[in-house]
Design a protein around this ligand. Structure first.
Ligand code: SF4
Length: 469
């Protein structure tokens, strides 16, 4: 299986992994960090201290200082590593998925009458593997402490259930954007999930004097470095992402001026305002939840930098980038465009590879004779949701399920549509006929979830065959 102990060990042991290339050194060299202050008082700098530090924003300086504390852990705990690796192997191993990979990504279950084509890249990414390993190691390393996690570790029900079994307390949400941190006491251990934690949460944890185990994916930190660079250059960050997504909440917390656009339609609204102005009140009302405090579109859309949530649809991000570039070119002329628009691609490799692989399945759908494509992954998982969009846009019947139980013994399927609705509908159109299907899974989906889903389909078909014989 891909979740090999050596891979995880390599992630955790490698110091290089935690710096280059993800630290965006070109923008903000680590060597510029000011002398570390210890956690006895507060690691968060005052505005005056910040002014004295050149080359990075106060928020970034605070974040880096916080990360230097002895109570901040991001490299795991070696003494429990082998035990955790075994636990992970046991939890996530998947025989059918291994067979699929060994048989050139295609298997046929003749008894059931089902042929399966697996996307060439799918399932757990290294960022998620690393996050799970770090969290499980924290549980073993602190057997007598109270452990908390500030959000779901990743968007996967099995992994989150496992952490609950391990008595890791999930910080509860209370109202929109609010969480109840009152259960965290001095000396407790707090795990930060793969999509990171906001500046305000880090500041609060600093004051509470707790041990922090940071599992933030370095690709997410790369986005934070990018928006920091925007701030330093006096640019407003335009973030292609969902303003309510945990990763984007963390990213925007490191910005001064920002606006989030979730898709091309919203990007066009912003581009139109950049070029032609418009009804400011209407604009602010529409984007009220997606902008920084005191946002003024008349003054803050003249110089912008684009960044994106790591898991967005790559093609859309590219198109949005081109739109803003053209808009600035129209408004200020080709010679001035670089003064008004800057773009860095912060989509992670894992997202891109999984999107490319499902595109390949889609391109071969006719050749393979695919009846449908199954996408397995958490319903809150942004990268999984984008995997569904690709076959959907190509007009291929496709379903996004979050666990095997979504496939009912009565031949129904409960799935999340591209519009975010959860619906139940008839599944296999003709149970008497053989089925050819494609399958993929999101970056936070264990292979075991794919295996269980395939087993459920095999069972459904086999039951029908038995009834007929
Ligand atoms: S999908 Fe990308 S950003 Fe998210 S955890 Fe995986 S590697 Fe990191």
């Amino acid at each position: 299986m891909r979740f090999s102990s050596s891979t995880v060990s390599a992630f955790l042991a490698s110091a290089a992994f935690l710096s280059s290339p993800f630290s965006c050194q070109a923008f903000s060299p680590i060597s510029q960090v000011s002398t570390t202050t210890k956690m006895k008082t507060s690691l968060f700098s005052t505005t005056e201290e910040s002014k004295a530090t050149s080359g990075m924003s106060k928020k970034k300086e605070d974040r880096l200082n916080f990360m230097k504390s002895d109570q901040f852990h991001r490299r795991g705990f070696k003494e429990v590593r082998s035990q955790v690796e075994q636990d992970i192997e046991n939890q996530f191993q998947a025989k059918i998925v291994n067979e699929l990979k060994e048989s050139n990504y295609m298997i046929e279950n003749k008894d059931a009458g089902v042929k399966v084509y697996l996307a060439k890249d799918f399932g757990f990414c290294w960022g998620v593997e690393r996050s799970i390993a770090l969290a499980y190691e924290a549980v073993q390393h602190y057997p007598d402490r109270t452990l908390h996690i500030t959000n779901e570790l990743i968007h996967n029900p099995e992994v989150n259930d496992r952490l609950t079994e391990m008595k890791v307390n999930l910080i509860q949400k209370v109202g929109e954007g609010q969480k109840d941190f009152s259960t965290i006491n001095e000396g407790d251990v707090v795990i930060l999930p793969a999509f990171g934690a906001s500046y305000e949460e880090m500041e609060m944890l600093d004051k509470k004097n707790v041990e922090v185990v940071d599992t933030t994916c370095p690709w997410v930190s790369k986005v934070w470095n990018t928006v920091d660079m925007h701030q330093r250059k006096g640019l407003t960050s335009v973030i292609h992402g969902k303003y309510g997504h945990e990763e984007t909440i963390a990213t925007t917390s490191f910005c001064e001026d920002y606006i989030c656009v979730k898709d091309m339609k919203e990007a066009e609204m912003v581009a139109d305002y950049m070029l032609n102005g418009g009804d400011k009140e209407e604009f602010l009302k529409y984007f009220s939840k997606a902008i920084s405090k005191g946002f003024d579109p008349d003054t803050m859309l003249t110089k912008v930098g684009l960044a994106n949530q790591t898991t967005m649809y790559k093609k859309e991000t590219k198109a949005i980038g081109q739109l803003f570039q053209k808009t600035m070119m129209k408004k200020y002329g080709p010679a001035e465009v670089d003064q008004h628009y800057m773009e860095f691609d912060t989509i992670c490799d894992a997202t891109q590879e999984r999107q490319d692989a499902v595109s390949e399945l889609v391109e071969n759908a006719e050749k393979y004779g695919l009846d449908f494509i199954l996408v397995v992954g958490g319903w809150d998982s942004s990268n999984t949701a984008h995997l569904l969009e690709i076959p959907h846009m190509a007009g291929i019947r496709s379903f996004h399920i979050n666990r095997a139980g979504c496939i009912g013994a009565d031949n129904t399927i409960t799935h999340r549509t591209v519009d975010g609705e959860i619906v139940t509908e008839p599944f296999l159109l003709d149970l008497d006929k053989d089925v050819v299907m494609g399958v993929t899974s999101g970056a936070s989906t264990p292979d075991a979830a794919v295996q269980d889903s395939l087993s459920q389909i095999f069972l459904l078909k086999q039951l029908k065959k038995k009834q007929q014989s």
